[in-house]
Design a protein around this ligand. Structure first.
Ligand code: HSE
Length: 428
């Protein structure tokens, strides 16, 4: 039985610093629970001078050479917190091939190259865990892999990006402009080093790919998802949405359609009484519908150093436990690939669309009447004569129907806002 396991950190940024601090606080408890003392031995950094005082306080060494960690016989576990694909992927593969267990929070990497890495970990019978990659501090992947193992999930809808949820909350509640809200999220350490992935929905897409694998065994690629970020969310549309009883949220969704799944990330109107509408700031929530449990919500801080670090620590505990129990290191996700992607054309969604009008109110009324006669299910219509604006909610559109409708609406003026609508619109 191992009494001590030594850790090598790759990177010493916001989350890694949190890991060092949380481990210092929890080391004794983890040792009591697992029988293993977890100790940070070394950290790979670019600039050892900058981090020297911190490393000294916490009693570990700094290095600029990868092999000091991956080829160090003393080190049992490598925690990768550099992010992005290269060189993180090569570093992780090197560590695994050298028989180290690996823990990471790198959603970009798992979403795009997860399978390849999982195969290497399996061949080496070492642990490869990534609880922190989705939902920051929320226990999500482990419950999906265990508590839902006997259930059948039909849909997973989530607010899985803390930065954009923080921004939308501040834009709606404090009337902050987009740029100020983004700067605040960056200063709080929520955003990626390049926040493009946050605001354009890519970070959320990576997380939905991972959730899709745990919920359905789906093997989704980024190009399989319809992805829209929050750049074009207009203050005027948010106001209309709120007056109709909705909040605007960036929602990632993977849902079952027939024998397959479909996946998307987009700004969506969420009814104020839906649990996801109540999730504010950097908090994330994943709303799961399944045959056995019914509806459940996993909620918590989706970004930030200490919550994310705590998820990393949970993975360390799993490695310590399995090492002590001499258990095999089976892949983290036990769902087998069995959910093909369905053709989006078979999926009907509801949309909110607003148009800055060039036609008169009477002509607009006639135009909307015409849409209804053509079979469009217009469930909400408002013509704001003061601001020359038409707002519509149209239900049950395939992607082709939706594009055709946008073309028709363009004859009335400029399309200002396009948002998805969750559920059927009910004027009461
Ligand atoms: N940039 C990410 C977010 C960090 O804002 O959710 C956590 O994955």
């Amino acid at each position: 039985m191992k009494k001590e396991m030594k850790i090598g950190l790759l990177g010493l940024g916001v989350v890694a610093t949190g890991v060092v601090e949380r481990l210092a606080a929890q080391q004794k408890q983890i040792e009591e629970e697992t029988g293993v003392k977890l100790t940070i031995a070394k950290a790979l950094v670019l600039d050892p001078v900058e981090k020297a005082a911190f490393a000294n306080t916490h009693g570990f060494e700094l290095t600029t050479k990868l092999e000091d960690i991956t080829e160090n016989a003393e080190i049992d576990i490598v925690i990768e917190l550099i992010g992005r694909i290269s060189p993180a992927k090569e570093y992780i593969l090197t560590a695994l091939k050298n028989g180290k267990h690996v823990v990471t929070a790198n959603k970009d990497l798992i979403a795009q190259h997860g399978q390849e890495i999982i195969e290497v970990a399996k061949a080496q019978n070492v642990g490869f865990y990534y609880e922190a990659s989705v939902g920051g501090g929320i226990p999500l992947l482990r419950p999906l892999a265990t508590s839902y193992a006997a259930d059948s999930i039909t849909s997973v809808k989530g607010i899985v990006n803390g930065t954009t949820n923080y921004m939308l909350t501040k834009m709606m509640e404090d009337q902050l402009d987009y740029q100020t809200a983004l700067e605040q999220a960056q200063n709080l350490g929520f955003a990626e080093s390049d926040p493009t992935n946050d605001v354009d929905g890519i970070d959320a897409a990576y997380k939905m790919i991972i959730l899709g694998a745990f919920a359905f065994g789906a093997e989704l690629k980024v190009t399989d998802l319809a992805i829209q970020g929050i750049r074009n969310v207009q203050a005027a549309d948010v106001k209309v949405a709120q007056s109709l009883g909705y909040e605007v949220k960036l929602i990632g969704e993977v849902k079952q359609v027939g024998e397959g799944v479909t996946a998307s990330v987009s700004p969506v109107l969420v009814a104020k009484n839906h649990p996801l509408a109540m999730i504010k700031n950097e908090y994330n929530g994943v709303f799961i519908e399944s045959q056995g449990i019914g509806q459940s919500l996993l909620y918590g801080p989706g970004a930030g150093a200490l919550p994310t670090a705590t998820s990393v620590l949970a993975d360390l505990v799993e490695i310590a436990d399995r090492t002590q129990g001499k258990q095999d290191f089976a892949p983290f996700n036990r769902k087998v690939a069995n959910a093909p992607l369905v053709n989006r054309e078979n999926v009907k969604e509801n949309y909110f669309i607003s148009v800055s009008l060039v036609t008169s109110a009477i002509e607009t009324e006639e135009f909307v009447k015409g849409l209804v006669e053509q079979g469009y299910r217009v469930v909400y219509k408002a013509i704001d004569t003061k601001n020359n604006r038409l707002s519509l909610i149209v239900n049950h559109l395939t992607p082709t129907d939706y594009q055709t409708l946008l073309t028709k609406l363009a004859t009335q003026g400029m399309i200002q806002g396009q948002l998805g609508v969750m559920g059927d619109f009910n004027e009461n």
